[in-house]
Design a protein around this ligand. Structure first.
Ligand code: DP6
Length: 325
């Protein structure tokens, strides 16, 4: 039985080891294996209602702005196929952090949309199946269905949990929001351009195979230094494929670079600050709770204009409200 409306929440999935490139663009499966952490405190909140029976359109609003239908058409077609229904959906989503600026709002957004749409249609699916549905929208969203530390293998349809939130309570990510303006090139287009035009793309795929297993072991041992070293290799090699595109893609802002250098200085002083970046100028810093205060103070001194969010390993996507008929 379908519901009148369902509201779900999900948090961004920050990749410690990056997914960059697709093994199959139609299925939207990743070419590289990724390891991520779901971020507490940052959240997409999505309310889904079925559209009237004669309606043939799905409508999505994010932070009040209607989204282009083509970004969602394959996702909703797949939802209807899986739930064996011809329902169409009206979705309204809000983020409590900057949208489409490299803080993985598509991961949390599609995860919340998946969970709310399935329940709205009256189907109860296990997280594995929800993860596979979310992946069609955005591969990183397959990870956001789960909490804690997650893994999405190369060519996989669904993500898995590596370790729950409680495994490493002292682990923190400081998200430094440098600018709230959206990105110029979507991560999807940037991946495709990397595949088509970067002479380093094949080497990236080859090298990336090693990183996920190494990261899993570092997380298992709660070894921030080992994990941080792997994170840096992963994001800097991912960006090497972008810098070497034709035309090149440069998401970095001067402030991004100054924060990368600050992390290097902090590590030189014995403070474990390990940065990573995604398809945008924001810098995310992995550290331990005990070092968070000093890291924040040093960022404030250097770049007082930056907004910061301190996140612990967070929980997976969930339903927070259902209005039944
Ligand atoms: C750099 O999941 O946004 O954040 O599957 O095309 O929607 P699509 O891409 P998306 O890409 C995320 C790329 C990344 C790294 C990561 O999250 O693993």
């Amino acid at each position: 039985m379908s519901a009148r409306s369902v509201t779900a929440v999900a948090s961004p999935s920050l990749a410690l080891v990056k997914y960059w490139g697709k093994s199959d663009a139609k299925r939207n499966t990743p070419a590289t294996s990724s390891v991520a952490v779901t971020l507490s405190g940052l959240e997409s909140r999505t309310t889904v209602t079925p559209t009237p029976p004669d309606s043939e359109e799905d409508v999505v609003y994010i932070d009040g702005a209607q989204q282009p239908a083509e970004r969602f058409s394959r996702f909703f077609e797949n939802v209807r196929r899986v739930i064996e229904s011809d329902l169409h959906f009206d979705a309204k989503s809000t983020n409590n952090f900057p949208t489409a600026a490299g803080i993985a709002s598509s991961a949390s957004g599609f995860a919340a949309l998946t969970v709310a749409s399935a329940r709205c249609a009256g189907v109860d699916l296990p997280p594995e199946n929800l993860s596979a549905i979310a992946r069609v929208g955005s591969a990183s969203a397959a990870r956001s269905i789960f909490g804690g530390f997650t893994h999405l293998a190369a060519d996989a349809e669904q993500a898995t949990t590596l370790f729950p939130c409680e495994h490493w309570p002292a682990f923190r990510i400081v998200v430094v929001a440098i600018t709230t303006s959206g990105k110029g090139v979507s991560s999807r287009d940037a991946m495709e351009r990397s595949r088509r035009t970067s002479p380093y793309y094949q080497s990236w795929l080859e090298d990336a195979k090693l990183r996920s297993e190494e990261a899993r072991t570092a997380i298992e041992k709660r070894d921030i230094e080992r994990l941080g070293t792997i994170m840096r290799l992963s994001y800097l090699r991912m960006f090497s494929t972008m810098f070497s595109c034709d035309p090149p893609i440069i998401y970095w802002h001067p402030t991004s670079l100054s924060l990368i250098h600050l992390c290097e200085t902090l590590r030189g002083e014995g403070i474990g600050a390990w940065e990573t970046m995604d398809a945008g100028p924001q810098v995310k810093i992995a550290c331990l709770e005990s070092d968070t205060e000093v890291i924040i103070r040093r960022i404030e001194e250097l770049r007082p204009e930056c907004r910061m969010y301190v996140c612990a390993p967070g929980t997976g996507a969930s339903i927070i409200e259902t209005d039944e008929w």
